[in-house]
Design a protein around this ligand. Structure first.
Ligand SMILES: Cc1cc2nc3c(=O)[nH]c(=O)nc-3n(C[C@H](O)[C@H](O)[C@H](O)COP(=O)(O)OP(=O)(O)OC[C@H]3O[C@@H](n4cnc5c(N)ncnc54)[C@H](O)[C@@H]3O)c2cc1C
Length: 376
């Protein structure tokens, strides 16, 4: 029997960040079903940090996470976690009202957001077709995140404070008795006072296993693929280019271009695989607006972004079961909000409060609490 004060189910970014923030204060064991942490959503993201994405709570969590990602603690990572990218939303004839609304909404959040005309849009992304692009909105301070370094950094911090990371340790049975949780896994049983449910797309399934009501979390598949830029074209300094109403995006990725149809297809929790049709749709949309012939897909993949009905993460103790803590529903923003959500998780568990610096940005425990959602 492995004993700890806190057992975290899920070795993705959510579980790893929670472990890093909790391990200095409590004994922690992290349980991951797969051979290695980060196999699911956390190994498949588009690695973008944008302060204009998501609802007001998500944007506040992103702003709150920036200082950590921009200057992580000594020894967290060998290289910077953030690097300049920029995000350019583009539109064509008929998109004027949408672009104007996007500009006023996002500039209210981030001062540096500004309108760009077709000429500047094409200076930033020269492949955009002159006959198509009419205008855009630029978020110059959007960043790329080194997602691998981020996950490994949190795991390293957790381990350095004594956290145990168990792989091939799927929680298959969960029960509470005598004031403790018992989790049965193929790697042996685990006992803990508090259970943190950081199981990503499986968060509702893990709750059900523990006899806790589901909260209506919906995994949604998103597809991505890599293709080579045209011969002799350097794409390194392009911003991510996002189509009208997020119909597609493409961004430089280590000498290649990452494309996506920005799909959100509801899925059961699973090892998501790309659908060829989604790749073809994205390739069509990208080639309609940009001189980027897609001759060969070098690699394609898909991952599940898991959302609560109100698109806000679910973080907090469930009133229906003592010691059962949710850390789920990070949707398409799990990396850019991870430091804030990790800090909130530790603070809610240790002292029942949201850290001051994050509360000052307008994030209250009630925004994140599982009981705000109907049981499903
Ligand atoms: C294509 C794509 C693009 C994205 N782009 C961005 C982006 O640009 N910026 C951004 O911030 N975010 C982005 N995201 C979202 C981000 O990747 C997720 O929000 C984040 O990775 C979620 O982390 P997680 O730990 O909750 O989930 P996961 O990484 O899925 O981890 C959950 C873990 O729980 C484990 N597990 C499940 N059930 C059990 C069990 N019973 N026992 C033990 N272990 C279990 C699973 O094996 C899994 O490893 C993107 C996601 C996708 C798919």
């Amino acid at each position: 029997m492995t004993d700890a004060e806190i057992a975290i189910i899920g070795g993705g970014l959510a579980g790893a960040s929670a472990a890093a923030y909790l391990a200095p204060h409590r004994s922690v064991v992290l349980l991951e079903r797969e051979d290695q942490p980060g196999y699911h959503a956390s190994g498949r993201s588009a690695a973008l940090f944008t302060e204009t994405y998501g609802n007001a709570v998500v944007r506040a969590l992103t702003v709150a996470s920036r200082p950590f990602l921009a200057a992580p603690p000594e020894g967290f990572a060998e290289h910077p976690l953030l690097s300049p990218r920029g995000a350019l939303h583009v539109g064509t004839d008929g998109d004027e009202a949408w672009l104007a609304a996007l500009l006023s909404e996002t500039r209210a959040l981030v001062d540096s957001v500004r309108a760009v005309d077709a000429e500047e849009a094409r200076r930033l992304v020269p492949a955009l077709k002159p006959g198509w692009v009419r205008a855009g909105v630029l978020e110059p301070d959007a960043q790329d995140i080194d997602t691998h370094a981020c996950l490994q950094g949190f795991l390293r911090v957790a381990r350095s404070h004594g956290a145990r990371v168990m792989t091939r340790a799927e929680a298959r049975g969960i029960a509470r008795s005598g004031g403790r949780w018992r989790v049965d896994t193929p790697a042996g049983p685990v006992s803990a006072d508090i259970l943190v449910n950081a199981a990503g797309a499986w968060a509702d399934a893990v709750a059900e296993l523990a006899g806790v009501p589901r909260r209506g979390l919906q995994p949604k598949r998103r597809t991505a693929f890599l293709f080579a830029p045209p011969e002799g074209v350097s794409v390194r300094d392009w911003p991510i280019c996002i189509g009208p109403r997020e119909a597609f995006y493409f961004k430089p990725d280590a000498g290649m271009i990452l494309g996506s149809p920005a799909d959100e297809t509801p899925s059961v929790p699973c090892d998501a695989q790309p659908d060829e049709l989604d790749v073809a749709i994205a390739a069509d949309r990208i080639q309609a607006v940009a001189e980027l012939p897609i001759r060969r897909i070098a690699r394609s993949w898909a991952g599940l972004r898991t959302f609560a009905p109100d698109k806000t993460p679910v973080v907090g103790f469930d009133p229906a079961a003592e010691g059962f803590f949710w850390l789920a529903g990070q949707g398409g923003y799990g990396f850019q909000t991870a430091p804030a959500l990790g800090a909130i998780t530790a603070s809610l568990i240790l002292s029942g409060t949201v850290p001051n610096g994050i509360a000052d940005l307008g994030v209250a425990a009630a925004h994140l609490a599982p009981e705000r959602l109907p049981t499903a």
